[in-house]
Write a protein that binds this ligand. Structure first.
Ligand code: UTP
Length: 297
């Protein structure tokens, strides 16, 4: 029987060096796109896919994430006294009562694989679970994780979300060796390599931050030696999982913004501002005027 997927791991313990000094005292996942932290988009995607256990792996800047998803009675009272019940209700509904938040501490940023393994105590040996890297912010008609879980219900096999990247970008990603699936489809993976040189990449299909993994990956992660960049890599354990259980590449429908990079973050902010229901048209006019100045101030 194929098991339902109820648990999602959010590794948020990276150093976020590309966004310093903004990330000196807070994780990059708390940076907002206009008025909502990046992590909240990923949490909403997970909840919309039926996840009930939100597992955060937090680092040295731990407090802001836990505080964001916890209730804040003082703020609630203050908002209600001012008659702002709408915002008070909105804040209370970020995580519904039916979902649980669980926190693990990654005391040192030893790599994504190490971060995922920190959540091993709450994952049963044969239990499938999701991993979401919140800095890959996804916009899609059907939430990307839901697309993946729907597929998983047919196959029961682990999968990673993939997209095509430019050949010169392969050295920034995990790259899969697989036939190219159509949108919303799967292809069995033959292999995977972390950040290969352009002439050594098996394809231009890059892994993006959404995974469904079998619980049996946890002992593989625990036994993992440091790989590329001296970090314990999730990619290396997935390569082993391909041999033991099989792993598929899933081509998702939607648009990804790489909010871990400044340009991706700017693109996401601009697209969100332009599409904003309250002030999108004003933003459009503002941008138009700015572009007319040379250079804009
Ligand atoms: P990144 O490599 O993109 O994040 O990790 P980073 O290292 O924080 O960023 P830069 O390159 O220094 O700017 C991908 C994801 O894995 C998490 C990060 O928080 C991010 O969500 N991660 C990475 C951990 O939780 N722990 C780690 O040790 C490494």
């Amino acid at each position: 029987m194929i098991r339902p997927i109820r648990k999602a791991i959010f590794p948020v313990a990276g150093l976020g060096t590309r966004f310093l000094p903004a990330t000196k005292a807070q994780p990059k996942e708390m940076l907002p796109i206009i008025d909502k932290p990046i992590i909240q988009f990923a949490v909403e995607e997970a909840l919309a896919a039926g996840i009930t256990h939100l597992i955060f792996v937090i680092g040295r800047t731990k407090r802001s994430i836990a505080d964001h998803f916890d209730s804040n009675p003082e703020l609630d009272t203050a908002l209600r006294q001012k008659g702002n019940h709408e915002m008070a209700d909105l804040l209370n509904s970020i995580v519904p009562d039916s979902a649980a938040c669980i926190y693990f501490r990654q005391s040192e940023a030893l790599g994504l694989g190490h971060a995922v393994a920190c959540a091993a105590p709450v994952i049963a040996p044969d239990e499938p679970f999701a991993v979401l890297l919140a800095d890959d912010l996804m916009r899609a008609r059907t939430p990307v994780l839901k697309q993946m879980i729907d597929c998983y219900q047919q196959t029961g096999r682990s999968m990673v979300a993939v997209e095509d990247v430019a050949p010169q970008a392969v050295s920034s990603y995990g790259i899969v060796d697989a036939d190219r699936p159509g949108i919303g489809q799967l292809a069995a993976m033959r292999g995977i390599v972390e950040k290969p040189a352009r002439d050594e990449a098996p394809s231009t299909q890059a892994v993006v931050g959404r995974y469904i993994l079998d619980g049996s990956i946890m002992p593989l992660l625990k036994a993992q030696a440091p790989g590329k960049g001296g970090e314990i890599q999730l990619t290396d354990a997935i390569r082993q999982l391909i041999q033991t259980h099989g792993v598929d590449a899933f081509r998702y429908e939607g648009q990804r913004y790489d909010c871990g990079s400044k340009l991706g973050f700017i693109a996401c902010t601009m697209a969100s501002a332009l599409a904003h229901p309250d002030f999108g048209s004003e933003v459009r006019e503002m941008m138009h005027n700015m572009l007319a100045q040379d250079p804009p101030h």
